[in-house]
Structures are given as structure tokens and as C-alpha cells.
Design a protein around this ligand. Structure first.
Ligand SMILES: [Mg+2]
Length: 182
């Protein structure tokens, strides 16, 4: 069991249209997302979403719209009895070690305090190099996905981050999760 499974948002559980998503109607889960999360549910009691949304600081994303999207996500998880504890987002470009923006550890530290999560017994899943970096910084098990931006980053991830698993997408990661359990 993992204390928590941390999920990136765009490119991991939902499409990443290579831009900022500022409308609920532009936000789309992958068709396999909930099938995958149903498998992951057997390995944790806590899901946490951690998403960089720097478009908030430049006005490309409105907080109200972001909240509407996140309310939708909470509802879709709840409908399926998936224990989503919280969606954390960072709203700026600060990239220091402790910053909220991944690969900063800020969102993870907050979640750890708020929900008593042992990060070193948790799993991080994402499609960007920053997801791989923060997972390894915090000694989490880390799965890198080739959806979203994944294919652009794979060479860099392989040479700089020792991820535990590379998967085609979230569903394949769910099927392969046994490979990274000790
Ligand atoms: Mg992503």
C-alpha cells in the first residue's frame, strides 16, 4: 500500500492540449482514466492531484474557471468512490527547491502535513520532467508516462532521473504497478 498516490493533472489524467486550459468545456479526462484509477484504488486510500498552473499569474487562466474545472474533477472522483483528498495547484513560475511549483516540493509538503502522508511511502505519476524530478527529490516511487508531454522528455528523464517505471499511459501504469511494489 502507498500512503498516497500523487497525480499530475494535464497529460496524466486528462488531455494536455499544449496550452492553458481555461474553460471547463476544454477539460477532458482520458477515456481510460477511471478504469486506471480503479486499479490504483487498491493500492492507496489517498489520491492527491498536484498541478502547475502558472497561467494564473499571467492572466491566461482565471481562478474562477480553474475552480470550476477542479470542482468537476472532485465530483467525477466522488461519483466513483475514488478518495481524492485534495487538488493542489501552483500559480506562479518560482522554481526554488521549496516552491509550490514542481519540481519544488511545496505542494507535497503541504499535502503531507494536511493529510499525514509519509512521502517516502508514496507514489508520484506524471508526464513531465518536473514530475519525475520532484518524485525522486522526495524519494517517492515514480512512474513516468509517455502521454501528454512525456515523449518530449523521455530522453532527458532517462538520463537524469532514475524513475521506477516508464509507461505508455495511466492505464498501462495501473496494469504494471506490481512491478514496482516491493
Ligand atoms: Mg503534465
Amino acid at each position: 500500500m502507498f500512503d498516497a498516490i500523487f497525480l499530475d493533472r494535464d497529460g496524466t489524467i486528462s488531455h494536455d492540449p499544449y496550452g492553458y486550459i481555461n474553460k471547463l468545456s476544454d477539460y477532458h479526462f482520458f477515456d481510460y482514466t477511471f478504469e486506471a484509477l480503479n486499479v490504483f484504488k487498491n493500492y492507496t486510500k489517498k489520491f492527491v492531484i498536484v498541478t502547475n498552473q502558472s497561467g494564473l499569474s499571467t492572466g491566461k487562466i482565471d481562478l474562477k474557471n480553474l475552480e470550476e474545472i477542479h470542482n468537476h474533477i472532485y465530483e467525477e472522483f466522488e461519483k466513483r468512490h475514488l478518495p481524492l483528498k485534495k487538488i493542489y495547484f501552483s500559480d506562479n513560475y518560482e522554481e526554488g527547491y521549496d516552491s509550490m511549483r514542481k519540481p519544488g516540493i511545496g505542494m507535497f509538503k503541504k499535502a503531507s502535513e494536511e493529510f499525514q502522508i509519509n512521502l517516502s511511502n508514496s507514489l508520484m505519476i506524471g508526464d513531465s520532467i518536473v514530475d519525475a524530478e520532484v518524485g525522486k527529490r522526495l524519494n517517492m516511487k515514480t512512474i513516468f508516462l509517455l502521454t501528454g508531454m512525456g515523449n518530449d522528455y523521455i530522453a532527458q528523464v532517462k538520463s537524469t532521473c532514475n524513475v521506477d517505471l516508464v509507461s505508455k499511459d495511466l492505464l498501462e501504469a495501473a496494469k504494471d504497478i506490481k512491478l514496482i511494489l516491493e
